[in-house]
Structures are given as structure tokens and as C-alpha cells.
Design a binder for this molecule. Structure first.
Ligand code: ATP
Ligand code: MG
Length: 426
């Protein structure tokens, strides 16, 4: 026998038993973006590699080692998108949506990173993100943060996630701080892990979120960026905190929060949970006022976030006691015993669907005796089985069998049956 073909490592199938939870999560997200009046954008999954090099940054994990990059048949270097913000900015500026305008947009879809697969970390994963362009105040930062807060409320997981915030200041303040940080770390370079030693020269801020315990001890006493902000950023940050306080949103200022992508400035934040082991960040974002210009368009302030749907699904699933009940049950199951009956059942099923577009109508296909068909009807979760046999076709009366109630079997002609179905299934 030929060898079976498996899915690519780290790329998951979402099976019919899992899709109800995904659809539930996606439906709440669609309600949320409508509630905040954000507009959806859909961009291609492939972009030119250059886009991510110039936005996410050459010296980041994503660009250094996680991107799926290949040359297409023309020899152009393409990348499977590792994140959505750069794509949104690319599309927004290409179509003239950004400059001198205010836009609130959102996206949802697959992203790709060649990471080591583990719980909550995959090579194809899904993000929901929102981006607001053309606003530079803390008011919109709070709006963007509140979208997360409101989503946790909708899922009943508010007590499972913590908001962490920080400010990265403007470019000058950050550059001056970087020098201070490098000076401090160079004096203690022997104690740093290998990655951090390298990052000291390429991307020193990333040393701050190293997971290595020794490095963390050194970092704990390092000068803090939040103490070296420019005047405007300090004010922006304190106004942000004040607004969060007013809205009753709890947060923790985490001076080591720097984010793994180069384009952020001023406000950065993460929503973190302790429920998913090491993969605790379910949503991350911040301000990226320089990115639009960096990608060649006219400067436009911007802020946004990206949320990992798999991690959200894991959290929501953990709350459901009985996963099986999330599978949608059929409403009615139409049996079909005999050739004539099968044809009549086909017709009846279509008529019922026309009459009740929201009804879950499952028709028995593939023949078999009454007992077998009734077993299938039961397994479908339907309230009712409609019995269609050659006798029923001849008499013009269909049988109605109650599958979940202790009621005698009834019968009705087609017209009456269709009319009654709405009340029969409540
Ligand atoms: P992490 O620190 O977990 O690697 P990150 O900083 O690389 O996250 P972002 O690029 O900010 O993550 O992406 C935003 C969100 O997307 C993350 O908070 C997470 O929920 C989700 N995410 C990122 N990478 C993956 C992945 N490989 N698999 C599943 N979800 C992911
Ligand atoms: Mg990562």
C-alpha cells in the first residue's frame, strides 16, 4: 500500500468536532468589530519578502529565522505572511486609504512562522487583528485595548488574563536609552545568555525580554526605558493610564515589555494568561507611528493589536465542560425506505429547506432498513424523524416520530407537515 500523506508539522486540520468552537469565537469577534465600527480588510497570504524585512525588522526572530521564504518561478522572493500589520499598511497605502485619513480596520486569517510546534505555538496559526490609522492620542490606544477587554468579557475569561503595558517613547529617547542599556549590559556581558550577547549588538531591547534566568537577574537592575521617556511620550502614557483607571481596567506596568517587532513606539501592551503554560500571550499590540513612512508612504500615526485565535480557542475550550454538546445537532432527520420514497424524501427535504432556511435538515442517504435509519436519526441529535417509506408516499401522509419526547408517532400530509414543523421542533 502507498504511504499515507500527513499534514505538514505544525499545521493543523480543524476538524468538524472543533469547528463549532472556532465559529463561536469568530462570531463573537465579528460582533465586537461591528460594535466598534471597524471595517474588514482581506489581503493576500503571500507578500514580497522585502515588506516584512522593512517593517518587522531584519534583526527580529520573525525575519531572522521564522519566515517561510521562497523564490517563485520569476525568481522574486516571496514570503508567507508571518503577521498582518505590515500587510494592512501595505494595502492601505497602496490604495490610498491612509494619508490624511482616519481608518479603523480589522482582519482575520492564517499566518505562518517556522517555529518549534508546541501547545499554543504552531507553524500555521490564525490571528485576528485591528488597526487604527490617523489618530495619535491615547484615546484611540484605549479603544484598541478595550476591544480586547470586551472580548474577554464576552467569553467569560476576564479573570484569566492580565493587561501589561509599557511605553517605548519616541525614536530619539529610545536610541538614547539603548545606549545606556548597552553600556550597562556590556559591563555584565559574561552573565548573559548567548542569544542576548548577540542581540546586544543587533537589537539590545530584546535582551530585556530574555527568558534566561541569569539574564533576567541582570535585566532586573538595568536602567528602565520608562524612566527615560521624552516629555510627550510620558504625558501620552500617563493619560493612557488615567483613562484605563477611569474605565476600571486593571493593568500592570511592565518595564521589560518591548515586543518582538521593530516597528513599535510609545504604547505597547500584551494581554497575558497563566492558563496556557509558556504560550501565555494571547493578544499583543501597540503604537507604530513610524511604520507607514518606513514603508514608503506619507507618515500616518497608527496603533493596533493582533490576537492568536488558537490560544483563544484553547482558553474558551477549557471553560466548556462538555465539548460534545458544542457540535450542532440536526433539527429533523428525514428517513427514506425504498426507491420511490427516496425520491420523495429528496423532494421533501428541499421543500422544508426552502420554507425554513435556518432549519438543520438532514436527509438519510444510502438506503438501509428502518432500524438502521432510525439509529442514524437518533445519532444526528434531531428532535424529529420524518418517516418516508413507499407506503407513506402512496398514502400521501408522512410519519412523524418524536426522538426526544415520550409522544406517540403521528402523521400528516406534506402541506400540513411543513406548516407544523416550526412548532414541532421547539
Ligand atoms: P510569542 O512571544 O508567543 O512568540 P509574538 O510576540 O511572536 O508571541 P506577535 O507577533 O505579537 O507574537 O503575535 C500576536 C499574537 O499571535 C501572539 O500574542 C499569539 O497569541 C499569536 N501567535 C504568535 N505566534 C504564534 C504561533 N506560532 N502560534 C500560535 N499563535 C501565535
Ligand atoms: Mg514569537
Amino acid at each position: 500500500m502507498a504511504k499515507t500523506i500527513q499534514a505538514i508539522r505544525g499545521m493543523n486540520d480543524c476538524l468538524p468536532s472543533q469547528t463549532p468552537t472556532w465559529q463561536f469565537v469568530e462570531a463573537r469577534i465579528r460582533e465586537l468589530v461591528q460594535n466598534y465600527h471597524y471595517h474588514e480588510i482581506r489581503t493576500p497570504i503571500l507578500e514580497s519578502t522585502e515588506l516584512f524585512k522593512r517593517s518587522v525588522g531584519e534583526a527580529t526572530d520573525i525575519v531572522e529565522k521564522e519566515m517561510y521564504v521562497f523564490d517563485d518561478r520569476n525568481g522574486d522572493s516571496l514570503a508567507l505572511r508571518p503577521e498582518g500589520t505590515a500587510c494592512a499598511v501595505r494595502a492601505g497605502s497602496q490604495h490610498g486609504l491612509l494619508y490624511n485619513q482616519q481608518q479603523r480596520i480589522w482582519y482575520m486569517g492564517p499566518m505562518f512562522r517556522h517555529e518549534r510546534p508546541q501547545k499554543g505555538r504552531y507553524r500555521q496559526f490564525h490571528q485576528f487583528g485591528a488597526e487604527a490609522f490617523g489618530f495619535d492620542g491615547p484615546d484611540i490606544d484605549v479603544e484598541i485595548i478595550m476591544m480586547g477587554a470586551r472580548l474577554w468579557q464576552a467569553f467569560g475569561i476576564s479573570d484569566k488574563v492580565e493587561l501589561q503595558i509599557n511605553s517605548l517613547g519616541n525614536n530619539e529617547a529610545r536610541a538614547a536609552y539603548k545606549q545606556k542599556l548597552v553600556d550597562y549590559l556590556l559591563q555584565r556581558v559574561e552573565g548573559l545568555d548567548e542569544d542576548s550577547k548577540r542581540r546586544l549588538h543587533t537589537n539590545p531591547l530584546r535582551v530585556l525580554d530574555s527568558k534566561d534566568p541569569n539574564t533576567q537577574t541582570i535585566v532586573a537592575d538595568a536602567p528602565k526605558l520608562i524612566d527615560h521617556l521624552d516629555e510627550d511620550s510620558t504625558q501620552h502614557f500617563s493619560q493612557l493610564c488615567e483613562r484605563l483607571d477611569t474605565l476600571g481596567i486593571k493593568y500592570r506596568v511592565n518595564p521589560s515589555l518591548v515586543r518582538g517587532l521593530d516597528y513599535y513606539n510609545r504604547t505597547v501592551f500584551e494581554w497575558v494568561t497563566t492558563q496556557l503554560g509558556a504560550q501565555g500571550t494571547i493578544c499583543a499590540g501597540g503604537r507604530y507611528d513610524g511604520l507607514v513612512e518606513q514603508l514608503g508612504a506619507k507618515a500616518t500615526p497608527a496603533v493596533g493589536f493582533a490576537m492568536g485565535i488558537e490560544r483563544l480557542v484553547l482558553l474558551v475550550e477549557a471553560l466548556q465542560e462538555d465539548k460534545a454538546t458544542t457540535m450542532h445537532a440536526a433539527d429533523i432527520y428525514i428517513t427514506a425506505m425504498g426507491d420511490k420514497a427516496s425520491l420523495a424524501a429528496n423532494l421533501l427535504a428541499e421543500e422544508v429547506r426552502t420554507f425554513y432556511p435556518n432549519m438543520r435538515v438532514q436527509m438519510h442517504c444510502g438506503g438501509g432498513n428502518f432500524k438502521k435509519q432510525l439509529k442514524k436519526a437518533n445519532a444526528s441529535g434531531a428532535h424529529l424523524a420524518i418517516i418516508v417509506g413507499d407506503n407513506e408516499v402512496e398514502s400521501g401522509k408522512f410519519g412523524i416520530k418524536y426522538l426526544r419526547e415520550d409522544k406517540p408517532q403521528a402523521s400528516a400530509d406534506k402541506h400540513e407537515l411543513i406548516k407544523q414543523l416550526a412548532t414541532l421542533i421547539v
